[in-house]
Design a protein around this ligand. Structure first.
Ligand code: ATP
Ligand code: MG
Length: 561
C-alpha cells in the first residue's frame, strides 16, 4: 500500500499571480525574495508563515530566497538567536541562497547614501529633543511644523553628520532626518529619522559605529542591494511603502524592489509576539523558549510537530491582505493528519493497573507481532511479548460503568489489542479499598479470531509487566484558556495575558509503562499511543534509562467538549 496523500487543502495566495505576471511580462527574469528576522528572539508560528511564503515562492517559481538578519538595533541582538533562527529555517525544510546576510553588512553603503541625500539637500541634522520632535511632528489631524534646523546648509549638515559618526555627541543629542514633507498626511513622510546616535556595541560590527540607521532607511536599500524583486512584509508596513519607494527613487540603488504587504498570522489561544513570549520565559511560566507549550518553532519541534505539518498549515491558511484570527484547531488538524499518516502505532499505559491472567501458563511468553501502521505495511512490524502478567489502564476497568462503556467490567470481556480476549473475574483491593490488581482469564481460541458464540465489542491497549519500559509522560495542552489571551472569558480586559494561562496546560504522569519497542524510540520520531494520542520522545529530558514522552496532540479535537 502506498503512503496516504495529505488531505490539506491549499488556500489562495494573492502573491502568486503577481509573481507569475512579473515573470511572464519579463519584468523579472527570475525572482528573489528574502526572510528578514530581527535577531531579538526565537522564531514563532507567525514567522513560519513568512518563511513558507518567501522560500515557497522562490521554490515554486525557480527563484532564490535570502536570509537576512535585520540587525539595526545594536543592543537587543544576540548570537544565540542568530544560531537558533538559522536552525529553525532549515528545520522547516528551507535553505537560503548563499551566505547569510546582515543588514549591518550594508552600514558603509548606507552611510554613503546618507551623505548622498545630504548633498542633494534631502537630509539634515536635527537637534530637536525627542519631546520637541514629537510636538513638531503633529498628529493625524494636525500637520507637522518644520524643524528650525531644516534649512541648515549642505556643508553644515555634512560636517555635523561626520561629527555624529566620529562620536562627538552623546546619545540623543541629534539625529539625521530626511527632508520630505512635514505636512504629509502620511506620518512616515514627515521628515523621518535616518540615523540616530547609539554608543553601543554591535555583535557584527563591534565598536565601529556609534550611529545606527533606522529600520526604514535600511530595509528597502538592503533589498535593492540584494536584488530582491518581491519584498513581502506584514500590513503594519503598508504606510511605510511611500517612504520605501521615496528612498529607492532618490538614491542610486542598483535595483528596484517592490514591497507587498500581507496580513499577519494571528492564532487563537496563542501569543505570537516576541515580547510576550520572552515574558513567559523570563517569569518562569514555561521552562524556556523551547517549552513544548510555546508557539516558537523550537517549542513545536520539541512538542512533536513535524516540519511538514507546519508547512501544510501555512498552505491551508493561505496568504491574503484581510486579517483575522486563525483557529488553533487548524494547526492541530495538520499535525494530527500528518502523524496519522506517518507515525508508528505503539501502546503505552498511562495509569497502569496490573492484570494477572490466571489461566495463562506461568513461564510462557508469546511474541506477538503487530503492524507498526495499519495502512502502511512498509513500516513493518513490532513485537510485543504476551505473558501472564500485563498492565492495562486503570480507566479501562469500571465496576459502575457509565452507559455505553465498552471496556472491562466485572465478569465482562474485552479484547486486548493484537492479542486475546480476557474476562475480568476478580478485583484485588488494598486496605483503603483501592483496586490494585485484576484477576482475569483468557480465551486461548481468540488470537486473531472472534470468540465462539458471542461478540466482544471493546478493544483496549496493554503492555507486558516484565518487558515494558517505565517512563514519564507529559500531557501538554493549550497554554491559554481563552481564545484571546489578552481578554477574559467574557471579553473584558485583563491586566495581563499571564492571567489566562491554562493551569492544566501541563500534566506530568510518572510510572507509565510503554511497550518494549518504544525503548528504541528516537528524538524526532512521532508515535500514536493507541487510544491516547500522538507522542514523541522529549529532546531535552529523556534518557535511555528514564524515558520521557511528550503529548503532541490528542487523537481528536476535544477542546472545550
Ligand atoms: P514580533 O512582533 O513577534 O516581534 P516581528 O515582526 O517584529 O515580530 P521580525 O523578526 O521583525 O519579527 O519578523 C521577521 C519577518 O517575519 C518579517 O517579515 C515579519 O513581517 C514576519 N512576521 C513576524 N510575525 C509574523 C506573523 N505573525 N505573521 C506573518 N509574518 C510575520
Ligand atoms: Mg520586528
Amino acid at each position: 500500500m502506498s503512503k496516504p496523500e495529505s488531505s490539506v487543502t491549499v488556500a489562495a495566495n494573492f502573491l502568486k499571480p503577481i509573481v507569475e505576471a512579473d515573470l511572464q511580462s519579463g519584468k523579472h527574469a527570475s525572482i528573489v525574495t528574502r526572510f528578514p528576522p530581527e535577531p531579538n528572539g526565537y522564531l514563532h508560528i507567525g514567522h513560519a508563515k513568512s518563511i513558507c511564503l518567501n522560500f515557497g515562492l522562490a521554490k515554486e517559481f525557480g527563484g532564490v530566497c535570502n536570509l537576512r538578519f535585520d540587525d539595526t538595533n545594536p543592543e537587543k541582538e544576540e548570537d544565540e538567536y542568530i544560531q537558533a533562527i538559522q536552525e529553525d529555517v532549515q528545520w522547516l525544510g528551507f535553505q537560503w541562497q548563499g551566505d547569510v546576510h546582515y543588514a549591518s553588512d550594508y552600514f558603509d553603503q548606507l552611510f554613503a547614501w546618507a551623505l548622498h541625500l545630504i548633498k542633494q539637500g534631502l537630509a539634515y541634522v536635527c537637534d530637536l529633543t525627542p519631546e520637541q520632535a514629537r510636538e513638531y511632528r503633529g498628529d493625524l489631524k494636525t500637520p507637522g511644523k518644520n524643524s528650525p534646523y531644516r534649512e541648515r546648509s549642505v556643508e553644515e549638515n555634512l560636517a555635523l553628520f561626520e561629527r555624529m559618526r566620529a562620536g562627538e555627541f552623546a546619545d540623543g543629542d541629534c539625529v539625521l532626518r530626511a527632508k520630505i514633507d512635514m505636512a504629509s498626511r502620511n506620518m512616515n513622510m514627515r521628515d523621518p529619522i535616518l540615523y540616530r546616535i547609539r554608543h553601543a556595541h554591535h555583535h557584527q560590527t563591534g565598536d565601529k559605529w556609534c550611529i545606527y540607521p533606522s529600520y526604514d532607511f535600511t530595509h528597502g536599500q538592503s533589498d535593492a542591494i540584494e536584488g530582491i524583486t518581491h519584498s513581502i512584509c506584514t500590513l503594519e508596513f503598508e504606510d511605510h511603502r511611500p517612504l520605501y519607494e521615496w528612498f529607492l527613487e532618490h538614491l542610486p540603488v542598483p535595483s528596484q524592489p517592490r514591497q507587498y504587504e500581507m496580513a499577519r498570522l494571528n492564532l487563537n489561544y496563542t501569543v505570537t509576539s516576541k515580547r510576550k513570549l520572552k515574558k513567559l520565559v523570563d517569569d518562569n511560566h514555561v521552562s524556556g523558549w523551547d517549552d513544548p507549550r510555546m508557539s516558537t518553532l523550537q517549542g513545536y519541534r520539541r512538542r512533536g510537530y513535524t516540519p511538514a505539518s507546519i508547512r501544510n498549515f501555512c498552505d491551508m491558511i493561505g496568504v491574503n491582505r484581510a486579517g483575522g484570527i486563525v483557529d488553533l484547531s487548524m494547526l492541530e488538524f495538520c499535525i494530527r493528519e500528518d502523524l496519522d499518516n506517518n507515525a508508528a502505532r505503539a501502546m503505552c499505559v498511562l495509569k497502569p493497573l496490573k492484570v494477572v491472567i490466571t489461566n495463562y501458563p506461568e513461564n510462557q511468553t508469546e511474541q506477538l507481532e503487530l503492524a507498526r501502521h495499519p495502512k502502511n505495511e512498509e513500516m513493518g512490524k513490532r513485537v510485543i511479548p504476551f505473558a501472564r502478567e500485563i498492565y492495562i489502564d486503570a480507566s479501562d476497568y469500571e465496576e459502575q460503568p457509565p452507559k455505553g462503556f465498552k471496556r472491562l467490567v466485572p465478569g465482562g470481556e474485552v479484547r486486548l489489542r493484537g492479542s486475546y480476549v480476557i474476562r475480568a473475574d476478580e478485583a484485588i483491593r488494598d486496605a483503603q479499598g483501592n483496586i490494585v490488581e485484576l484477576r482475569c482469564t483468557y480465551d486461548a481460541e481468540t488470537l486473531g479470531k472472534n470468540p465462539e458464540g458471542r461478540k466482544v465489542k471493546g478493544v483496549i491497549h496493554w503492555v507486558p509487566v516484565a518487558e515494558s519500559v517505565e517512563c514519564e509522560v507529559r500531557l501538554y495542552d493549550r497554554l491559554f484558556k481563552t481564545p484571546n489571551p489578552d481578554k477574559a472569558e467574557d471579553g473584558s480586559d485583563v491586566e495581563s495575558f499571564l492571567e489566562n494561562i491554562n493551569p492544566e496546560s501541563l500534566v506530568v504522569l510518572k510510572g507509565c509503562r510503554a511497550e518494549p519497542s518504544l525503548a528504541q524510540a528516537k528524538v524526532g520520531e512521532g508515535f500514536q499511543f493507541e487510544r491516547e494520542g500522538y507522542f514523541c520522545v522529549d529532546s531535552r529530558d529523556s534518557t535511555p534509562d528514564a524515558m520521557v514522552f511528550n503529548r503532541t496532540v490528542t487523537l481528536r479535537d476535544s477542546w472545550g467538549k
